[in-house]
Write a protein that binds this ligand. Structure first.
Ligand code: PMV
Length: 302
């Protein structure tokens, strides 16, 4: 048949993220700092004679089908969804799929929407996954880079500059956390935990001024982890991974994302990164190093 059928009708992609400061507090209007990572999700739309359906997906989830039916025409499309991001690890896999999907849908319709419109559309999809997302994951998936985010209104989105790269090690607890459940648990614990949420937000705001003082930034990450423990979203396993990283020389470590499982992010001097990776390896903890800023995490030109 024709070569045209060998090419997708439209493709969209977007990076995942790590939250460095401010998770949970960001839901209630506090500041968060988050960074895009080099792992991406991609949505490809193919011509199909029949109802629109998911043809291939790197994970199976009924919410993906609802997102597809919200974002795409009901007929004529086979959808392939690929993600390099592990689901449920606090690395923004659902938001990166949501952004990739609205980008693909816009390309299919021949539209070039403003970033604000893509943000709102992707947030509508993200609500299918997480109920009441702050939008920080979607903002990072759309803009790339390192950002200071406040949901507003008005929304505040400030790209943050680094004089020196940040060297991070991500350690995977091996178990997923449910963002929707953890956000609901924190909501149910209010107003008892409001002072902790305020402290997490204040620390995120202070950390925007510490990005080039790595020792102070690492201490702030340790403080953030202590606050997340108080909030009730850490687990013994996540605390253990923080200790593992610190004992191997990390300047600081904390859970990243909603908690309950997922990943720990550790800040390190470049020459201690191998020791942290080796310590993780000895305990059979999956871990990888990354550096911010990540040029490959830059957004698509939409
Ligand atoms: O677990 P993740 O990657 O979806 O991150 C959630 C971050 C929260 O602050 C807990 C929720 C949100 O919507 O900001």
């Amino acid at each position: 048949m024709s070569l045209v059928l060998d090419r997708p009708l439209a493709v969209g992609s977007a990076p995942g993220k790590l939250i460095l400061f401010g998770e949970h507090a960001v839901v209630y209007g506090q500041t968060a700092i988050a960074a895009a990572v080099g792992l991406r999700s991609t949505v490809s739309l193919w011509h199909h004679d029949g109802p629109t359906h998911i043809r291939n997906s790197s994970f199976d989830d009924f919410r993906l089908r609802r997102a597809v039916s919200m974002a795409l025409p009901a007929h004529g499309i086979a959808v392939d969804i690929g993600s390099e991001l592990p689901p449920g690890r606090g690395m923004g896999s659902s938001a990166s799929i949501a952004v990739a999907m609205v980008r693909a849908a816009a390309a299919l319709a021949g539209e070039q929407p403003e970033r604000e419109a893509l943000f709102e559309r992707s947030l509508a999809l993200e609500r299918i996954f997480h109920g009441t997302p702050s939008g920080v994951d979607n903002a990072v998936a759309l803009s790339g880079g390192l950002l200071r985010f406040r949901r507003g209104p008005p929304l505040e989105l400030e790209p943050l500059e680094l004089a020196q790269p940040l060297h991070l090690v991500v350690l995977d607890s091996g178990s997923p956390g449910s963002t929707a459940e953890l956000v609901a648990a924190v909501r149910a614990a209010r107003p008892r935990v409001d002072r902790v949420l305020d402290a997490i937000g204040r620390l995120a705001e202070q950390a925007t001024g510490l990005l080039d003082d790595h020792k102070a930034l690492g201490n702030a990450m340790n403080d953030a982890q202590a606050m997340l423990v108080l909030l009730g979203v850490s687990t013994p396993r996540l605390s253990e991974l923080c200790s593992l990283a610190r004992d191997a020389g990390a300047l600081g470590a904390k859970l990243s994302g909603a908690g309950g499982g997922g990943v720990v992010v550790a800040l390190a001097e470049p020459d201690t990164v191998p020791a942290i990776l080796a310590a993780a390896g000895r305990r059979e903890v999956p871990a990888f190093a990354l550096q911010l800023p990540i040029p490959s995490a830059s957004p698509e030109p939409t």
